[in-house]
Design a binder for this molecule. Sequence first.
Ligand SMILES: [Zn+2]
Length: 272
Amino acid sequence: MNEQTARREIVRVGQLMYERSYVVSSDGNVSVRLDDGRVVATPTMTSKGRMTEDSLAVTDLDGKPLNDRKASSELAMHLLIYQERADVKAVCHAHPPHGTAFAVAGLAIDQPILSEVILTLGCVPLAEYGTPSTNELTEAMRPLVRHHNALLMANHGAVAYGADIWQAFDRLETLEHTAKIAILSRLLGGSRNLPADAIEKLINVREAAGYLGESARCQACGYLHETKLTCPTGERSVVVNHAKAATNGAGKISLTREELVELLCEAARAGD
Ligand SMILES: [Zn+2]
């Protein structure tokens, strides 16, 4: 993508994020990695609803400024994602209320409740809390970035990324919509999750259609562990434990078999 198009689309996406209440005040940030490796990013302390094309910052992949605008203090999160994922060309970070409510409650968005979300987005794990704009935050995200296309950050917000800015924005939108539906279904008495065989079929469809590749089987994701699907590289991403023990009201918690075994092993070790 050339710089002029990137500037125009970042401003447009910023307006959409603001209009849809994914951000308020000067929250959130958006960036695009250009074909020549430079990064165009939203400026610090500016409402995403009122940016102009000439207000955007340009940096290299280490965050070194290449123009006279100061990039968002959260640029490090974007640079980490570009470092870890050669396929990613754009990143959107926001604080959408329903997705962020999951992040505040210590929950991942990882229940198999919507067929199209399994097809297009997969699971959204929760990265442990880290102070924004420090490497505490980026280190908490690092192990998850390779396996997922969107993440929640504990007590902070959400980030989504993709091959272009619209794919990144669409993924953020899907994350927020899924979180909203999950919360509403809980108000109606709880969601009815898709069974393992339906999940397996959806994963076969998404791989055949090219929505998500086989590496998405390696996501840290409760429902994947319930299927017979295996991760081709044998490597699974790790998610913080407190996020996985989702509370289902009335003090009940649900754990996958893998998580239960892990807990019992930990308990056995503690008793040594
Ligand atoms: Zn933020």
